[in-house]
Design a binder for this molecule. Structure first.
Ligand SMILES: Cc1cc2nc3c(=O)[nH]c(=O)nc-3n(C[C@H](O)[C@H](O)[C@H](O)COP(=O)(O)OP(=O)(O)OC[C@H]3O[C@@H](n4cnc5c(N)ncnc54)[C@H](O)[C@@H]3O)c2cc1C
Length: 464
């Protein structure tokens, strides 16, 4: 059977693309394919046993609703956070589209007021301290769904799409594209031990961060131009809530950017989770990465946030992906496939952490997926120097941040290195083939993924 649109990857970009197309033209035959399972079948053994058992397809990042389904789902309401598709579409257009997505969230029952819209005295003082210490505070209003709230929202959204006739095929991994005369004609997927072919003249590739490798391979194979972009490498920091109280209560998340003194590298905070939990994400080839999330109802006593160093590479180096993956593998080699954790006191003192030393701290880790050790054995010096400098600067804005009780989970890496060449309509050089969301290289958050998916769908609607 031939479909009007195939959405490859049922995450945020894919779901919002499919919804937009169906809403505007209910007669379309739309198919969404994903490597993972339907949302209701996505069960992580860790939720039952408390331990990661290294499933071949991780239920946290794969499956309908994508990585967003189990994320903290802070929805940033501004083009400056979540990606940089505004560089090809324009800032106003992106903000207009973000507002449209917020409208859709509301239709599916999300009613909470965003935080960070207006500054009070405490917030102004935090901003003043940022200015004093050379930190840029990116002040964008944020809606917070929480991991549980986001699951409820996606469940309603998916039920609606199923009711209206969108087809889903799960546990199918993209193998290849089918091209003819420079245009897309369909694709092949692996389903258990079978290869299946699906046909369509319009395919949206939305494979998320986990599928970025696959997108790069396809670009190489079919001569689709792409660039090596930046890669973000750093740590997930965890600190008692009490230290972050002012920021948490006033901003929920304060996004900070800082350029290190010696190396002039860009450092940023990312995805802060007050009263949240550390997450260990398993990718292919033994890559375990740190992340964090927070529930709306279940709370810990710790805040976690990423401290990331953005690295771009110049000629002749062309493999930022492989570079970052090698770092992650090195950490995984030291821990036997877990996160590497060290207290800030031990890192600064040049000694490894041990479980015994961690038990003397005021903080209790919110995950068991770690091995205490020495981050300096796996993290390149330049990145580690930047992290330490950023922690010290953060301490000036949030006194107590650079304490011995700060836990650092290594590595947290955001792979954004394949930036596919796309037009403002999200179409690649292959006619009918669109790229959206994290795997396009233009997205790194829920807001931009949804915007890109919708833009791709609208272009297809105009052409059908
Ligand atoms: C723990 C965690 C917390 C996060 N917190 C936030 C947050 O608070 N705010 C925010 O804005 N963003 C957050 N993010 C990022 C956000 O989830 C992503 O930016 C967003 O989900 C991107 O949407 P996407 O559709 O591009 O990709 P995804 O949501 O990752 O979806 C991609 C889909 O493609 C499928 N896929 C991949 N490869 C293949 C293949 N070869 N064949 C078939 N299917 C494939 C995957 O199974 C997946 O379902 C978080 C991410 C994580 C992991």
């Amino acid at each position: 059977m031939k479909y009007d649109i195939i959405v490859m990857g049922g995450g945020q970009a894919g779901i919002f693309a499919a919804r937009e197309a169906l809403e505007k033209n209910p007669r379309l035959k739309i198919l969404v394919i994903d490597k993972g399972k339907m949302l209701k079948e996505r069960v992580c053994p860790k939720e039952l046993t408390g331990k990661c058992v290294n499933c071949p397809v991780c239920a946290i990042i794969h499956g309908i609703s994508g990585a967003g389904a189990f994320s903290d789902s802070k929805f940033n309401m501004d083009y400056r956070v979540g990606g940089d598709v505004h560089t090809i579409v324009g800032k106003e257009r992106v903000n207009e589209m973000i507002a449209y997505v917020v409208g859709i969230y509301k239709k599916y029952g999300f009613e909470e007021k965003p935080s960070g819209e207006r500054y009070n005295k405490t917030m102004l003082e935090i901003k003043r301290k940022c200015i004093e210490h050379g930190v840029q505070l990116v002040d964008t209003p944020t809606m917070h769904l929480g991991t549980d709230g986001s699951r409820r929202l996606y469940a309603r959204l998916i039920d609606d799409l199923l009711k209206k006739g969108i087809e889903f095929r799960t546990e199918r991994c993209l193998l290849d594209l089918v091209l003819k005369d420079g245009a897309i004609r369909g694709l092949t997927v692996q389903h258990k031990d079978k290869i299946e072919e699906y046909r369509s003249d319009h395919v949206i590739l939305a494979l998320g961060r986990s599928g970025a490798w696959k997108v790069m391979d396809l670009c190489k194979k079919y001569d689709i131009p792409y660039e090596n972009g930046a890669v973000d490498i750093g740590v997930r920091a965890e600190i008692p809530d009490i230290v972050m109280k002012e920021i948490n209560e006033n901003f929920y998340e304060a996004k900070m950017i800082y350029y290190s003194r010696n190396y002039k590298d860009k450092m940023r905070t990312f995805c802060s989770n007050p009263s949240g939990f550390i997450a260990a994400e398993k990718y292919e080839d033994d890559v375990i990465l740190a992340n964090g999330h927070a529930f709306k109802d279940k709370k810990s006593q710790n805040t976690n946030l990423a401290l990331l160093c953005t690295k771009t590479f110049t000629e002749p180096f062309k493999q930022p992906f492989e570079y970052a993956t090698a770092i992650a593998r090195m950490a995984s080699m030291l821990t036997g496939g877990k996160l590497l954790v060290q207290s800030y006191a031990d890192l600064k003192g040049g000694r490894r952490s041990t479980d015994e030393k961690l038990s003397r701290l005021n903080i209790v880790p919110t995950t068991e997926d770690y091995v205490a050790g020495d981050i300096a054995l796996a993290c390149p010096k330049r990145i580690l120097d930047n992290i330490i400098e950023f922690i010290e600067v953060h301490d000036k804005i949030t006194p107590g941040f650079a304490s011995g009780d700060l836990l650092l989970y290594f590595p947290e890496i955001k792979f954004r290195s394949t930036r596919v060449e796309i037009q403002p309509n999200m179409e690649t050089r292959v006619r009918g083939l669109y790229a959206a969301g994290d795997s396009s290289g233009y997205g790194s958050g829920l807001n931009i993924a949804a915007v890109m998916g919708i833009l791709a769908a609208r272009d297809i609607l105009a052409k059908i």
